[in-house]
Design a protein around this ligand. Structure first.
Ligand code: ADP
Length: 158
């Protein structure tokens, strides 16, 4: 079994995340989407809300599991006996941060391999942060997030 872990804040899940998750689910037997509590980022949605939205919008994909964690990613992965982690790379601007994080995580646990996937270019500019900003100003979100997520965002920001 090739099990893979995709950590992130997912605040909220976007078509960019979904693109990466679909690519990963085609290559690996099982993909665990793990929602990090991430208190430093002060997420808009609670962990429970983020997990619920991911479950809802990925329900058509068979080999996906959704979980949450509130500890060092390397510890979570070790506890779950997974050693492959996938991250998405959008732009060159993601590279520096991801490179630092990958090497830091490798120092913390040398058994973990971190693999990067690139999304379809149509989603390469999407970020949860930007979507929250334009949602606040009442933008049409249909190109960026599933309608279920757009509805949740609208309600949350009211
Ligand atoms: P984090 O807070 O850990 O950066 P995010 O929720 O922002 O988590 O992202 C989780 C993962 O999804 C990261 O690997 C990130 O690079 C990737 N990702 C986010 N948005 C996109 C996108 N538009 N296209 C491809 N990958 C993305």
């Amino acid at each position: 079994m090739r099990i893979l872990h995709t950590p992130g804040t997912f605040d909220p899940i976007t078509y960019g995340h979904i693109d990466i998750i679909k690519r990963a689910s085609r290559v690996f037997d099982e993909v665990i989407i793990a929602v990090g509590e991430n208190l430093l980022k002060e997420p808009l949605f609670t962990v429970e809300e983020r997990v619920e939205m991911i479950k809802r919008v990925t329900q058509g994909l068979k080999n996906i599991k959704v979980d949450s964690f509130n500890e060092l990613m390397v510890n979570y992965v070790q506890r779950k006996k997974i050693n492959i982690v996938i991250r998405g790379l959008r732009m060159i601007s993601d590279f520096e941060y991801e490179f630092q994080m990958a090497l830091t995580n490798r120092k913390l646990n040398p058994n973990i391999e971190i693999i990067f996937l690139m999304p379809n270019e149509a989603y390469s500019f999407l970020s949860s942060k930007l979507i929250k900003e334009i949602a606040l100003l009442g933008a049409d979100l249909s190109e960026f997030v599933p309608s279920y997520v757009a509805e949740k965002l609208k309600r949350k920001l009211k």
